[in-house]
Design a protein around this ligand. Structure first.
Ligand code: FAD
Ligand code: SAM
Length: 648
């Protein structure tokens, strides 16, 4: 629920709901510098760090973030990457934030950038990048009590700023402090203006040792603390991995591999990208078009949350690539997802109403409204996603590879080289070609080669399937003035030089050439979307065929690959295991099984892997990261085979 701007008698931003001000009446920026930066001994404590992570409770107007970002800019010894993770239950809407920010002219340029990236008020993590990704704000929208429990990260400093404990005790509870302690690296510091006994006791119980320091302006005291538990912690936060060098092999130059290469090159990694074809984007990612849009579910299912996170992340990355001068062939023209029958129509309308979604994200449109929006007579009402659209995947692959090449040390593409085997020795991974020669060697290897990944390592049983799909390309103008993507029983994307209808979906069908019967079936499915179905001459239709890589549970495989052999031999010990307990193959990662959503998931997947490799806060909540963990089928096998014999 967004906050509305209000002010107290002194003109300080104020929350009527909580009966408290957003910052000291003496100065918000002054309080940020003295209490939050000063109380954590910043900027001094971050000097020379590669990654420094701050976690805040209560983002509010973002003054603490803006002060920290300003201090980072001014500091010659700043960390290479500053991560600021902040939880907020009542975010301001963009325009309200603009009017509030106008009161702090010292922050004007940075505040403008913050607002340009400001997300819609939707629950979950929103990743906002500034300074070419060297300053990253991860906004966790939702109630701190729930959100913090579902984060997994390692923090160096904490800002506690959630209104006064007497007015908002939930933000200072022992449970919240325990959640924060779970993130704390040894020696992490914490600061707040509150000196309340309740807060000090909760912090002490969570392992922080507190000291009182001089407060800001009229406040006599403030609290500074250091994480120094007097007991052994059961689950320490993930340590930043130590690689013998920032070098990675990426196998496969489609959407998945190009995105990983770009995200790692942006962090100073040297990439050996290996592709069996003579050019990138030669398989599924070479299809003429892909569409993108989030999914809605009344129960906010894993899939709904993952597609939402993926879509927003992708849009942010694509716009960043364009701002850096890389051309993409895409349109964010809006997408209308049509209901298949009247029952689905009313279900869609109810979902939008119940989830109270902002219209800028999703709205229900009647058939007439949808027809007007799409400029084409459609057969049913449906969900309108203003941020949906289409993209030529190959243009994204090309842009990402160009961006990666432009970094130092950048990227080497080994085109026309097939990896037949990977092997690990003391130094890391080797990608080996058909003649036994080593194509590349590096401490880290990322499998982004779709189905073929299952030949190079085991994911626990038959994990991946190939699903043939055929698109039909119709001449431009075949669907009148169609101005938006239509989706439902089929999809229809209005490109400049044609209209693409897709796509068939056939398991275990290896036919690589387009079939007339599939074109006809594609056109028939359009009949469920459009009042007037295009009737081109089937034999002269253009088309393209590709193969989706789909996991058993339809979710992607993103992250560190489990060690099946080690899991098998430790079966008994792993009986009640969580994904994080699984033994892993050091340095081996997967970015595969993107199914029909390569565009939606490739950038988020790449960021998740890059964040893991660098010990940065991930862009996904813990339950979503677990849902896409490539070790999940190994874990299933271990659980199913407790006390029984072989696991294959
Ligand atoms: C008909 C159809 C319609 C689709 N529509 C959409 C859509 O509307 N929206 C959407 O988001 N997605 C859509 N998809 C899915 C999307 O195309 C895929 O999810 C995406 O392209 C997968 O990218 P990838 O990089 O994982 O795989 P690929 O593009 O297949 O790339 C894998 C690469 O690895 C290489 N490779 C494999 N093995 C080796 C090896 N041993 N050595 C070296 N190189 C190797 C391959 O040559 C290939 O280039 C569609 C797919 C199909 C088939
Ligand atoms: C004092 S303000 C924060 C000011 C902010 N740090 C800044 O720099 O502008 C407190 C914030 O905590 C948020 N908040 C209150 N209760 C919360 C909860 N349970 N979970 C998450 N955020 C909460 C409020 O909406 C408010 O924005």
């Amino acid at each position: 629920m967004p906050a509305l701007p209000a002010f107290d008698a002194s003109g300080t931003p104020y929350s009527p709901e909580y009966g408290d001000v957003y910052h000291s009446a003496d100065s918000g920026p002054g309080q940020a510098r003295h209490v939050f930066l000063g109380g954590n001994d910043l900027p001094g404590r971050w000097a020379g760090a590669r990654v420094f992570t701050i976690v805040e409770t209560g983002f509010g107007l973002g003054l603490n973030f803006l002060s920290t970002w300003s201090a980072w800019r001014e500091d010659a010894a700043r960390p290479e990457r500053l991560h600021f993770v902040s939880v907020e239950k009542h975010p301001f809407l963009h325009d309200d934030l603009a009017s509030l920010h106008a009161r702090y002219p010292g922050f004007a340029p940075l505040a403008r950038e913050l607002r340009a990236a400001w997300p819609l008020p939707l629950p979950g993590l929103h990743r906002l990048e500034f300074e070419d990704g060297r300053v990253t704000l991860t906004l966790a929208l939702g109630d701190a009590a729930q959100v913090l429990r579902n984060l997994r990260l390692a923090a160096d400093a904490f800002y506690l700023d959630g209104f006064a404990p007497a007015r908002n005790p939930e933000m200072w509870s022992p449970a919240i402090m325990k959640s924060l302690a779970r993130f704390a690296r040894q020696g992490a510091t914490l600061a707040t203006w509150s000196t309340s006994r309740v807060v000090r006791d909760a912090l002490a119980a969570a392992g922080f040792s507190c000291e009182l320091r001089a407060g800001f302006a009229r406040k006599r005291r403030m609290l500074a603390a250091r994480y120094a538990p007097r007991w052994r912690t059961r689950h320490a936060p993930p340590a930043a991995p130590a690689w013998s060098g920032r070098r990675a092999i990426v196998i496969g130059a489609g959407l998945a591999g190009a995105a990983v290469a770009e995200r790692l090159a942006a962090r100073g990694w040297r990439i050996d990208l290996i592709e069996r074809h003579s050019t990138p984007a030669a398989e599924a990612s070479g299809l003429p078009v892909g569409v993108f849009h989030p999914l809605l579910a009344r129960d906010e299912s894993v899939l709904a949350r993952l597609t939402r996170a993926g879509c927003f992340h992708a849009l942010g990355r694509w716009r960043a690539l364009e701002s850096a001068g890389h051309a993409l062939d895409w349109r964010c023209c809006g997408l209308l997802q049509l209901a298949r029958d009247p029952r689905e129509e009313s279900r869609m309308a109810r979902t939008v109403a119940e989830l109270r979604l902002p219209a800028a994200y999703a709205a229900f449109l009647s058939r007439d409204e949808g027809s007007a929006r799409a400029r084409c007579a459609v057969k049913a009402g449906g969900l309108w996603f203003p941020d949906g659209g289409w993209m030529r995947p190959a243009s994204l692959v090309a842009a990402e590879l160009a961006a990666a090449r432009g970094r130092t040390p950048g990227l080497a593409l080994h085109a026309g080289a097939e990896v037949t085997r990977i092997a690990r020795d003391g130094e890391g991974w080797r990608a080996i070609g058909p003649d036994g020669s080593v194509i590349a060697a590096a401490p880290v290897c990322v499998l982004a080669n779709a189905h073929d990944a299952a030949r190079l390592c085991a994911f626990g049983g038959p994990a991946l399937r190939r699903v043939r799909g055929q698109m039909t390309v119709l001449p431009a103008g075949s669907c009148g003035d169609l101005a938006a993507v239509l989706a439902g029983a089929a999809y229809l994307a209005p490109l400049a030089d044609g209209v693409v209808a897709g796509a068939s979906y056939d398991f275990d069908d290896g036919e690589p050439a387009p079939r007339v019967s599939d074109h006809i079936a594609n056109l028939e499915r359009l009949g469920q979307l459009l009042e007037a179905t295009p009737r081109p001459d089937a034999p002269v239709l253009g088309g393209a065929v590709g193969f989706r890589c789909v996991a058993r549970d339809r979710l992607p495989f993103i992250g560190s690959v489990a060690d099946l052999g080690a899991a098998r031999s430790r079966r008994a010990a792993l009986s009640g295991a969580q994904p994080r307990d699984l033994p892993r193959q050091p340095g081996l990662y997967a970015a595969i099984a993107y199914g029909s959503r390569g565009l939606t998931w490739c950038c988020l997947g790449a960021e998740l892997i890059a964040a893991h490799l660098e010990g940065e806060p991930p862009p996904l909540e813990a339950d979503l990261a677990d849902a896409v963990d490539p070790g999940r089928f190994v874990l299933q096998l271990v659980r199913e085979n407790r006390g029984r014999t072989p696991i294959s």
